[in-house]
Ligand binder design. Structure first.
Ligand code: GDP
Ligand code: ZN
Length: 295
């Protein structure tokens, strides 16, 4: 029996769809071995399969290769990075949502790239302010305009040969970006965008799309409604990279930088060293988490 390596791109009702480079997608079952080991194949897993029928493209998963990481929601393995896209003006960028996304990705130890698209819609002052507000958050920031063909090479360099969770509200230009970055995959990117945009209330399976070669994109509709309750109010500060250099410099041990006097973080905000916007978002999130805990 022929043995091949591939990547699980979706799983439905006991079947796993395994993408094999150059050969296409095989419908596979996972038999025996895994049940004993209490390990369940996940979308994103790199696996070995035995081919059952080359004509029908069916197989059997025999091995799961070691995982780089594993997310619970969505249930997926081996995500290399996330990219979240916002438009510069329309639809209006939601910095609150962006910050929540960054907290969740940081919690899951996944690097995030921020993309501000449609830069042709704003003058450079507005764009500079957005970049400045997030310059300390720890993520790489890319600005792009599909319309003016700007930033496209940089996005290609970021996505190429990686598996990326692509997020961002509807209408910000995700599918336009994929189409101009990977014109050879145009038909597939339309499908991806449609699925990403279906929104948070649709419960469906997780799916990874092969764009070209080793480049995969995870469609992540759920990522727009983030449940960051897993983070405790008192720990939230550790997910704001801007605060790191001030930790331990406040008067009180365990200062959460909200109401305490002589707080190094608050002083840095006053001195313009930390973005006021980011600090405001932090205190809002902090209060939200604190209030939730009471009930
Ligand atoms: P998605 O819902 O995030 O996939 O967004 P689309 O790619 O469908 O784009 C939504 C709309 O924004 C379309 O009409 C695109 O032509 C437009 N669009 C995409 N990128 C840009 C850009 O850089 N500048 C401008 N002005 N419009 C853009
Ligand atoms: Zn403090």
């Amino acid at each position: 029996m022929e043995n091949m390596q591939g990547k699980i791109i979706k799983g439905i009702a006991g079947f796993y769809y395994v993408y094999v480079s150059e050969a296409g997608v095989y419908e596979c079952k996972a038999k025996g071995v895994f049940r004993n080991k209490k390990i369940k194949p996940l979308v994103g897993d790199n696996v070995l399969i035995d081919i059952i029928s080359d004509n029908e493209h069916t197989g059997n998963i025999t091995d799961i290769l070691p995982r780089k990481n594993e997310l619970i929601r969505p249930a997926v393995a081996n995500i290399d990075q996330a990219m979240i896209v916002f438009a510069s003006l329309s639809p209006e960028p939601n910095f609150n949502l962006l910050s929540r996304f960054l907290v969740m990705m940081e919690y899951n130890r996944i690097d995030t790239v921020i993309c501000f698209n449609k830069t042709d819609q704003v003058d450079s002052g507005i764009l500079d302010k957005m970049i400045k507000d997030f310059s300390g958050c720890g993520s790489r920031i890319i600005t792009s305009s599909v319309k003016e063909n700007k930033g496209i090479d940089e996005i290609r360099e970021v996505l190429q040969n990686k598996t990326t969770a692509l997020a961002g509200p509807s209408g910000v230009g995700k599918s336009s970006i994929l189409n101009s970055v990977f014109p050879e995959a145009e038909s597939r990117t339309g499908e991806i965008s449609e699925k990403i945009n279906r929104g948070k209330h649709t419960t469906r399976h997780t799916e990874i799309f092969n764009i070209t070669g080793d480049t995969f994109v995870l469609d992540t509709p759920g990522f727009t409604s983030l449940d960051y309750n897993v983070v405790e109010d008192k720990d939230l500060r550790f997910y704001f990279n801007e605060f790191t250099e001030y930790e331990g410099k406040c008067r009180f041990n365990g200062c959460v930088h909200v109401n305490e006097p002589d707080c190094a973080v608050k002083e840095a905000v006053s001195a313009g060293k930390i973005s006021e916007l980011r600090y405001k978002i932090y205190t809002d999130m902090y209060n939200e988490l604190k209030n939730k805990r009471k009930y």
